[in-house]
Design a protein around this ligand. Structure first.
Ligand SMILES: Cc1cc2nc3c(=O)[nH]c(=O)nc-3n(C[C@H](O)[C@H](O)[C@H](O)COP(=O)(O)O)c2cc1C
Length: 320
């Protein structure tokens, strides 16, 4: 038995959980490669939304979330990941190279790994039941250990953020086109279901999107802003890992979540959130709605994923 490297079924099982990670518009912009003694994660530039003008920020965040999902799944399977981020300066799309060492899984790793299959983006209104402060404290702590900060928007800060969120859909034509491109694709294992998209206030809506009415129920979601002290690719990758940690931690205690980056794609709104919510001290990378789903809420269908074979490059044995 090889004690130095997981067998193929173990790696495939972990990668199957990794690809359950959230991604912008469900683009799943990642590729994995298993080599002799490491697993590599690459950004797939063909899925990185050229329209948004965000220099692939959302795609890198999405890959960071997949990286964290993979680490959690491997840890629960008895393998601790040693991650080399951006290991190849000549290839910025080579986001991580992962070595593995045997490891005794903790209860927390088992719990977070189990949460991967329950987590889903919930865009509906959340109930007024308060979130225990300890839960929010835990979420913030986990993000901090991964190099990001989480700020809870309250009072005037919250009002400023809500205003920015409200403005975003009408302010960003590129985002709307991109969303139209990635929504309502009934026969494909990617993209966002048209029925998940709230109705745009834009007259006539967006071609290709079937609008559904905005919900009448008031939304009591807490709003968190995840920020980083720099805004380079490494910071964005770490922010994606922290985003995953926040979402899985919340899911593990039964909270519903929804990551949002739409307002951050507009430079003016991003700057407004940086100054108005993060005191001009950090770069906003994602907004996270978090709260309790209403007791009457129906189960949501899970968003589709591409088959593992479609995101896994062939094994390449090391050259002798
Ligand atoms: C970086 C990032 C940005 C996202 N931005 C938005 C957003 O602005 N609005 C939204 O409704 N969902 C957003 N999402 C959620 C994705 O649409 C969702 O993860 C994807 O459709 C897959 O669905 P699932 O999370 O239920 O598995 C974002 C997710 C990520 C990782």
């Amino acid at each position: 038995m090889n004690h130095g490297w997981p067998d193929e079924p173990t790696l495939r099982a972990a990668l199957t959980l990794a690809v359950r990670a959230p991604s912008v518009h469900n683009t799943q912009p990642w590729r994995f490669r298993i080599s002799d003694h490491h697993v590599d994660l690459h950004l797939d530039p063909t899925r990185a939304n050229p329209l948004a003008g965000t220099e692939q920020r959302d795609a890198v965040l999405s890959c960071g979330a997949a990286l964290h999902h993979l680490r959690i799944a491997l840890a629960a399977a008895g393998w601790s990941a040693v991650v080399h981020r951006l290991p190849n300066p000549a290839d910025p799309n080579h986001l991580a190279s992962i070595e593995l060492v045997p490891h005794r899984p903790t209860m927390l790793e088992h719990a977070l790994s189990g949460a991967i299959l329950r987590r889903q983006t919930d865009r509906r209104s959340f109930s007024s039941a308060p979130i225990p402060p300890g839960y929010l404290g835990l979420v913030k702590e986990r993000a901090t250990t991964l190099g990001a900060n989480v700020r809870q928007a309250a009072d005037a800060t919250r009002e400023r953020l809500v205003e920015a969120l409200r403005t975003a859909p009408d302010a960003d034509a590129g985002y709307r086109l991109e969303l139209a491109d990635w929504s309502g694709r009934p026969a494909t294992p990617d993209g966002v279901s048209a029925h998940s998209i709230p109705l745009y206030s834009h007259p006539g809506g967006v071609p290709g999107i079937v609008p559904v009415p905005r919900q009448a129920a008031p939304d009591f979601a807490e709003l968190l802003v995840l920020g980083t002290s720099t805004d380079d690719r490494l910071a964005q990758l770490c922010a994606g890992e922290a985003l995953s940690a926040v979402l899985l931690t919340a899911t593990n205690v039964g909270l519903a979540t929804c990551a949002l980056t739409e307002p951050l794609e507009i430079p003016e709104l991003r700057q407004r959130i940086r100054v108005g919510v993060l005191d001009d001290l950090a770069y906003p990378q994602a907004v996270i709605r978090i709260g309790w789903a209403s007791a009457a809420a129906a189960a949501l269908p899970f968003a589709p994923r591409r088959a593992l074979a479609d995101v896994l490059d062939p094994f390449e044995p090391a050259a002798c």
